[in-house]
Design a protein around this ligand. Structure first.
Ligand code: URP
Ligand code: ZN
Ligand code: ZN
Length: 460
């Protein structure tokens, strides 16, 4: 397939310029002011922004939480991602059976994604227990499977303790990989959960109150210190929600520690008041960590601007409101955690971020595409518009006005957390390895087109 995109305003993390892009067999072959080749498809992108496809490094497709399964699988979830301008994902594997080895979940996830995903994908490994066997096996997963990042949890049933976290940090540093962490102080969260339930405080708002900001920031600080003691092991904080956590991150970064951070679109745009909505609507927003007091949002946007937050992801983990989420209607602890966002991220970051003047358009590209690709070993195949990179390209019409609603989205779930958001600017083309897969919000790609990407280690 030969594709020519003409007259667009090309935006990368560092530049903005007018030009044409020519790709052949999925790879960008030439970028110049006026390319005249014939091609199978020619798109006139005059008046539009031409940006690298979005890279969402925090999704949970097909996540099995025991009593429920996330509604989007690798087909529906990647169709939704593509329609929203995302062309690659790195999905967090869920927990496997107790005691399983690392390769078990790698196999399970290849089974989920293979022949289903419509965009390219990788997985983060998950460490659910730590022993010599697991630490040894990491080498194979990093070097042979091409999966150089793992997530550890400081809460939930398969949490690791401090020594186990330390061993993972050390092992991944040695291997040139990176540890990602869900930081929350489990003991304190559990204390509040039990206390609230015993007191009959079962409404969705108590989900948020049982997981205070300091539970998260304390755990962030602890992980930063463990990473320091592990010889400056690379550390990536997922789904950062609050300004106290960010202070710890900034301090570590100032002293030169290899600490990266990610926030998610929901923490930038939604707040704790959502838990008090009528008709148990608060269940829609039960996620961990929870939505926070609005005063955190300014600090998170500032963190994006000053570079202390490198990535904006989604933590896409959709459960239906009318069925799965209702499990929590009489007891918030019974509600599956997670919310959709894989399709809304790029449009929201463009409209709420760029068009509202909170971030520059280069910063938008940096945090939604280039930085996640760099930190997780996908760059410059992904996250770039340059000769030799995959032709993963999104064309955004800055004049297109869209009111977000469940009905216009492709996620396989019965609500959007952003219903009624009025957007200025929306992706009109999504191109994955040189093929047009979305045009005007309609998916025109093929099931199974997505390929597993073996990631490189130690890129950052
Ligand atoms: O509530 C959330 N975030 N669910 C997904 C799992 C996780 O902790 O990232
Ligand atoms: Zn998490
Ligand atoms: Zn997550």
């Amino acid at each position: 397939m030969k594709l020519l995109i003409k007259n667009g305003t090309i935006v990368t993390a560092s530049d903005i310029y007018k030009g044409d892009i020519y790709s052949e067999n999925g790879i960008i072959k030439e970028i110049a002011t006026n390319i005249e080749y014939t091609a199978d498809e020619i798109i006139d992108a005059g008046g539009k922004y031409v940006v690298p496809g979005g890279v969402d490094v925090h999704t949970h497709l097909n996540l099995d939480v025991g009593f429920a399964r996330a509604n989007d699988d690798f087909y529906t979830g990647t169709v939704a991602a593509a329609c929203g301008g995302t062309t690659s994902i790195v999905d967090h594997m869920g927990f496997g059976p107790k005691g399983c080895d690392l390769k078990d979940q790698v196999n399970v996830y290849h089974g989920y994604a293979d022949k289903n995903a419509v965009i390219d994908y990788s997985f983060h490994g998950v460490v659910q227990h730590v022993d010599e066997g697991i630490l040894q096996e990491m080498k194979t997963i990093v070097e042979e499977e091409g999966i150089p990042s793992f997530k550890i949890y400081m809460t939930y049933d398969y949490r690791v303790n401090d020594v186990e976290a330390f061993k993972v940090l050390e092992a991944l540093k040695e291997l040139g990989g990176i540890t990602t962490v869900h930081p929350e102080n489990h003991e304190i969260v559990n204390y509040f959960r039990e206390k609230f339930i015993n007191e009959g405080k079962v409404a969705p708002i108590y989900h948020a109150l049982s997981r205070p900001e300091r539970c998260e920031s304390e755990a962030i600080n602890r992980m930063i210190d463990l990473a320091y003691m592990a010889g400056d092991a690379p550390l990536y904080i997922v789904h950062l929600t609050n300004k106290d956590g960010l202070k710890h991150i900034k301090r570590a970064q100032r002293r030169g520690q290899k600490v990266f951070s990610e926030t998610c679109i929901q923490y930038l745009l939604l707040d704790i008041d959502r838990y008090n909505g009528p008709n148990n609507e608060g269940l829609k927003y039960i996620m961990s960590p929870p939505l926070r007091d609005k005063r955190n949002q300014g600090a998170l946007w500032q963190g994006i601007r000053d570079g202390s937050i490198q990535v904006v992801a989604t933590d896409h983990c959709p459960f239906s409101f009318n069925k799965d989420k209702q499990r929590g209607k009489d007891d918030f602890t019974k509600c599956p955690n997670g919310a959709p966002g894989i399709e809304e991220r790029i449009p929201l970051m463009f409209s709420e971020g760029v068009m509202k003047g909170r971030i520059s358009i280069n910063k938008f590209v940096e945090v939604c595409s280039t930085n996640p690709a760099k930190i997780f070993g996908l760059y410059p195949k992904k996250g770039a518009i340059q000769v030799g990179s995959d032709a993963d390209i999104v064309i955004i019409d800055p004049d297109k006005e869209v009111k977000l609603s469940k009905d216009m989205l492709h996620e396989n779930v019965d609500y959007t957390a952003y219903e009624g958001f009025e957007l200025k600017g929306y992706p009109i083309y999504t191109i994955a390895r040189g093929e047009i897969i979305v045009k005007d919000n309609e998916f025109v790609g093929k099931k199974g087109y997505g390929e597993f990407i073996k990631r490189v280690k130690n890129y950052y």
